[in-house]
Each structure stands twice: as C-alpha cells, then as structure tokens.
Design a protein around this ligand. Sequence first.
Ligand code: AMP
Length: 211
Amino acid sequence: MNLVLLGAPGAGKGTQAAVIKQKTGMYILSTGNLLREAVKAGTELGNRVKGLLDSGSLVPDELVIQLVDEKLKSSECANGVIFDGFPRTVKQAEKLDELTKIDKVLVFDVPDDAIVERMSLRRTCPDCQSTYHLKVLPTKIEGICDKCGGKLYTRSDDEPAVVRHRLDVYHEQTEPIINYYRASGRVVTVDGTQAPDKVSEDTLSAVEAVL
Ligand code: AMP
C-alpha cells in the first residue's frame, strides 16, 4: 500500500507520517527531508536548491521526480511508502501515478491563520527531522529531541514571512492536486485543527480502511 499525505506546510503531515510508520512499518518518503539532507551535505543538488528552500519556493519538478524515482527503487520502499511533501504539483502527481500505485490520499485541513501561528512555534530536529510544537507537542526536555537527543532548531523557512509565501505556493500549485485525486475517488479529508491525538486517531482509521 502507498499513501500520499497532502496539506499546507505545517498541517501535520510529518507528525502523522510518523504515526502511520509506527503502526504499519511503511517507509516515509519526504522530499523536503531529502532536499534538506542534500543541502546539509553540500552535494551538487543541495547547492542548486538551497536558495529555493530558503525562500519557500518549489524546486523544479524534474529534480524532485528524479529523486523520488531513485528512492522508490531502494529496498526500504518494499513494504509501502508514505509520501510526505510529494507530490506538490499536478505534474508530479501524474508522474507519481506512472511510477507506482497510490491507494489513498489523506488531506490534512488547517486554515492559513492557524498555520502561521503553528509554524512560529514549530521546532525541528536536524538529525532525525522529527518536529515538535512548543505548546501542543513539546519535548520532554526543552530543546532536545525525544527520539534521538538532537538539539532542536527553527527552520529558516518557518519564519512568518516565508510561511505566508509557502502558503501562497501551496494554494496555487499544490491544492489543485486534491481535485486530481478526488476524480479517482482516493481522497479522505482529516480535520487537522483537532488535538494531535484525535488527528492521529482519524488518520489511523483512514489508513486501516485500506489495509
Ligand atoms: P517541506 O519539508 O515538505 O515543507 O519542504 C521544504 C521545501 O523543500 C519546500 O518549501 C520546497 O522548497 C522544497 N520541496 C520539498 N518537496 C518538494 C516537491 N515535491 N516539489 C518541489 N519542491 C519541494
């Protein structure tokens, strides 16, 4: 089984991807994480995309499609994949349907104003990429990742001005994908404004329906 998680930046895709992984053992394929790793490692790809990531604009379709195509060939993906942050354009969604079968698309619905507030309180682990929220999902020890002990940081693209640009990009380029998937009856909407436990419960029942 393969799942796509859709929703604005900060809608909870990463958090819920981890919940689904824990339950099913599926592999999380996050293009954002792969791109950030490339930037950190200073690879040719990383140097090419750094400015786009910092400004919150999308990386060209061809580059991310190639990244996903390569990753899908690895054995890690054999037990199913949770796509987080991919696809982000209709072209990527069409290409993904050529590369593999997508069984279900979970759309996490959160209004823009709530996203901007949420992102200013989001903290990320640079080592395992887990995300936390200072109020709603705090770590046990302040500033330290519960999972791996990494020292949390605020992503530069989580600053309010960049978040607003990322939301514009989401509405213009990514939201049309929902209708693309709706046409083939694959969409389940989850109310992402609920408490994290309730969002996880709704997410897992949507996933269990296709298991
Ligand atoms: P994310 O961690 O998913 O919020 O992604 C962070 C940034 O990586 C985005 O703002 C884009 O610059 C880039 N990115 C991640 N995934 C994609 C994608 N599927 N297509 C284009 N750009 C992407």
